[in-house]
Design a protein around this ligand. Structure first.
Ligand code: NAD
Length: 373
């Protein structure tokens, strides 16, 4: 496959992660042509120009629509705040570009549906930025489940917590606006849902409670503004196969920096994992003598593929940005028509459906069934 031409919209936290991935994917994997970093868009021309220099892009613009008419661009990375995803991804698909879009798809379900419709009409590849499913640990957990190492799974708990909004004095910004979505659901719960999908399939039914630790936040320019969404979500779920599930997410949890803690309980054992210690997992099985049973901690190593592509030494560890490089490799595989472990807009929409079902469940105070597509 020829070298892909890359366009990037947004150069904040995630924009830099995408740029690092596009810069590193061929160095890490070796079997893909080095992408050409063609054109980058930011909110103003000065910032766009300096980011293009730093990230290695040939051109920059303050108008993201310039990327659509650029014939050298094959793929557009959309890394802007949530409320821009639908407009930008749809326009890129209609312009004949493949799309790599950050999560979630869009705050409004109808917009997410339009994104999927645009992808189908274009015939182009469109995948979401659900990086955590790319951890080699997750792939190994999936193997353990498929092999029945912990028997029949009956209960799963997953918690995602960070503390970037724990301080009541954190100024109001776009993540507290209703236009960005439901907060703890779109911003956080979608990641645990991506992991649950990769291990068990899509959630079938939910009952949720949402909470707002702080009713208002200070404005940078002075004064205060009411918080428009919820930082905390607590959800009970029914997963495929009748597995009982619990999902908790909290953006205001002091001390939690990047926690995505997964507990899987089966008839013959248990598996534990936490993204804060992303290079290990714990396994308990009923195999062997009862006198020696206990959780064993397994460190990742080259045999947990594709760890081997990054580093030949076991136990040295991958990082968050490495997951983005793997995600990028999977996107390139999809564009080449090969099997790809990624969440396309079709599965992305199912995740959005689950999030909206949780919000509805909270509003109506009841279990909500999630129709299969
Ligand atoms: P950010 O605020 O750090 O960056 C957003 C960037 O987009 C800013 O530089 C901003 O100037 C730019 N921008 C805004 N409007 C623009 C426009 N019209 N044209 C060009 N650029 C524009 O935000 P972030 O934390 O990087 O979040 C961006 C997206 O990434 C969100 O959807 C968020 O949910 C997602 N995200 C994903 C993960 C993950 O683990 N996959 C982690 C964090 C954020």
């Amino acid at each position: 496959m020829k070298a892909l031409g890359i366009g990037l919209i947004g150069t904040g936290y995630m924009g830099k992660c995408h740029a690092l991935a596009w810069n590193n994917v061929s160095t890490v994997f070796g079997d893909v042509e080095r992408p050409r970093l063609v054109h980058l868009a930011e909110a103003n021309a000065g910032l766009a120009a300096s980011r293009a220099r730093e990230f290695g892009f040939a051109r920059s613009t303050a108008d993201w629509r310039d990327l659509l008419s650029d014939p050298e661009i094959d793929v557009v990375s959309v890394t802007t705040p949530n409320q821009f995803h639908a407009e930008m991804a749809i326009a890129a698909l209609e312009a004949g570009k493949h799309v790599w879009c950050e999560k979630p798809m869009a705050p409004a379900f109808a917009d997410a549906e339009r994104m999927l419709a645009a992808q189908r009409a274009s015939g182009k590849v469109a995948v979401m930025g659900y990086n955590y499913i790319q951890n080699p640990v997750m792939r190994h957990i999936r193997l353990l489940l498929d092999e029945g190492r912990i028997g029949t799974v009956n209960h799963v708990r997953i918690e995602m917590d960070e503390d970037f909004m724990a301080d009541p004095d954190v100024p109001f910004y776009w993540k507290s606006e209703a236009s960005s979505g439901y907060g703890a659901l779109d911003d956080f719960a979608v990641h645990p849902l991506s992991l649950l999908w990769s291990l068990f399939g899509h959630v079938e039914a939910v009952i949720a409670s949402l909470a707002k630790p702080y009713a208002e936040r200070p404005l940078k320019e002075g004064g205060r503004r009411a918080v428009e969404n919820h930082d905390i979500a607590s959800v009970l779920m029914r997963l495929p196969g009748g597995i009982s599930g619990v999902l908790m997410s909290n953006r205001s949890a002091w001390g939690r920096k990047g926690r995505i803690a997964l507990q899987i309980y089966g008839s013959k054992g248990s598996i534990l994992y936490d993204q804060e210690r992303m290079n290990e997992f714990q396994l308990y099985t009923t195999e062997g003598r009862a006198t020696e049973q206990g959780f064993s901690t397994v460190l990742t190593a080259p045999h947990h593929r594709p760890y081997d592509r990054f580093i030949p030494a076991p136990g040295h560890g991958l990082g968050f940005n490495d997951l983005k490089v793997i995600e990028c490799r999977e996107l390139i595989a999809a564009i080449a028509g090969m099997a790809s472990h990624s969440i396309d807009f079709n599965h992305g929409l199912r995740i959005e459906q689950s999030v909206h079902a949780m919000a509805r469940s909270f509003r109506e105070g009841r279990w909500v069934e999630i129709a299969s597509a």
